[in-house]
Design a protein around this ligand. Structure first.
Ligand SMILES: *[C@@H]1O[C@H](CO)[C@@H](O)[C@H](O)[C@H]1NC(C)=O
Ligand SMILES: *[C@@H]1O[C@H](CO)[C@@H](O)[C@H](O)[C@H]1NC(C)=O
Ligand SMILES: O=C(O)CCC(=O)C(=O)O
Length: 406
């Protein structure tokens, strides 16, 4: 969630009459344990950190974080009042019955993957979110996950010695507890320590882990290529490329869309699980069909009771995922990350990227999570072409686009 949006929804959090969200409701017993441990955790944390705070702005920041968290926990309760949220399931797409008759190829016939993508696109239009299993192979998931965690370690030391670099490598502010939104470079080997010991770079050097993964996803025969082509065409701008890393102890977010409402879907986002995502790791929750004008008018309308009622009635699905599964969503849809349980959780690493709908022109009100040097630089066609070149043996196929820094 962006700065501006956080501030925006924070106003509602403060205005909430239901700020006392820490009392577990008896009708949500299945999540009570989780909520209680979150509660215990945040109380300890805020209590112990308060004495260390040096400035008023830090105090205000802590207050805001706490208010947002209370609101998020209240929302969690509202979302489970009608019935317990269910897992987001992959759509079953029915095979078309074979055409009997002529024996000649049907003129308008599509190949199976194009036809499947057309069906998936319909579901996306209807629900605003779609789960797709097995888009990335397990061994590549393992490699990419380790790569991203290693990158985070490097980025951490880079930004510690050079705080200005934080803007290059991270999307939202980097003070959020146990949550990182890390931009990724497409350069082979990724970020390298500027003054690091070059002997340490041994193994990764002849590998391009990110390209290997993207090639399975977005090259001309990539698993996600047909659906993206159906949604944004080859002209769709590559808008984001980042990693979401949450650790045990990270908070539940407030329900939010990623950008202000607009009539046409401006952006389609992928969250790809690089390991299984269990309930304790804080799967993303999605509110089905909340990407439409009617829904956002209530959500943003300023009437707190109407908004709470909307959440109570919402069809909420959580994205517990198996390794290699992805959720594709319209960035207008309401969603939020869950709390990664301090005791029973585990590090959750997801790859996130998005492509923009070329039919929506102008400012979409959301600055994507992407290295500044890649902003506006590539279309889906360009990405796909580069990955096809990787497939043919070009080891650093994005080199001509720079390393993402400017
Ligand atoms: C990608 O992930 C980060 C969270 O770490 C988030 O800030 C960003 O908004 C995500 N992109 C979208 C479109 O959700
Ligand atoms: C990127 O794609 C656009 C069309 O989508 C094309 O005009 C342009 O030449 C491509 N750039 C490169 C470097 O291939
Ligand atoms: O962490 C998640 O599951 C969702 C993240 C998200 O929606 C955001 O940061 O905007």
């Amino acid at each position: 969630m962006s700065h501006a949006l956080q501030a925006f929804y924070f106003v509602f959090a403060l205005g909430s009459t239901a700020i006392d969200a820490f009392t577990p409701s008896p009708c949500v017993s299945a999540t009570t344990t989780r909520r209680t441990s979150t509660k215990r955790h945040i109380q300890n944390e805020f209590a112990s950190s308060t004495s260390l705070l040096s400035s008023a702005s830090e105090l205000l920041y802590q207050d805001q974080q706490e208010a947002m968290l209370r609101r998020a926990l209240h929302e969690e309760e509202l979302l489970s009042q009608k019935s317990m949220p269910k897992e987001l399931q992959a759509a079953t797409i029915k095979a078309k019955p074979p055409k009997s008759g002529t024996g000649f190829a049907d003129k308008g016939a599509m190949d199976p993957s194009t036809r499947q993508a057309a069906e998936q696109a319909k579901i996306m239009k209807r629900d605003g979110v779609l789960r797709i299993n097995n888009v990335l192979s397990p061994d590549v998931c393992d490699k990419l996950r380790q790569y991203m965690l290693d990158q985070q370690t490097l980025v951490e030391s880079e930004t510690a010695s050079n705080p200005q670099a934080s803007k290059i490598y991270y999307g939202v502010e980097q003070t959020r507890k146990n949550r990182a939104d890390m931009h990724l470079t497409l350069t082979k080997g990724g970020v390298k320590l500027t003054d690091g010991n070059s002997d340490d770079e041994s193994t990764a050097d002849d590998e391009n882990v990110l390209a290997e993964a993207l090639q399975e996803l977005l090259s001309s025969d990539g698993t996600l290529r047909p659906i993206y082509e159906a949604l944004v065409s080859k002209e769709g701008e590559f808008y984001e490329l980042a990693g979401i890393i949450t650790k045990p102890g990270s908070y539940r977010q407030m329900v939010h869309p990623d950008l202000p409402f607009q009539d046409n879907a401006p952006l389609y986002v992928i969250f790809l699980a690089l390991q299984d995502v269990t309930e304790e790791m804080g799967p993303t929750s999605f509110l089905l069909k909340s990407h439409v004008k009617k829904a956002i008018e209530i959500f943003d309308g300023g009437d707190m009771d109407a908004k709470d009622d909307q959440l109570r009635k919402a069809d909420c699905r959580f994205a517990t995922l198996s390794k290699g599964a992805a959720v594709l969503f319209d960035a207008r849809v309401l969603h939020c990350g869950g709390a990664n349980d301090i005791d029973k959780g585990a590090t959750r690493v997801m790859l996130n990227f998005s492509f923009r709908n070329p039919k929506v022109q102008g400012d979409i009100g959301y600055k994507g999570s992407m290295m500044p040097g890649y902003v506006g630089a590539m279309t889906l066609g360009n990405v796909s072409d580069a990955l096809d070149r990787y497939n043919e043996g070009e080891i650093d196929p994005f080199a001509s686009y720079g390393d993402g820094t400017i």
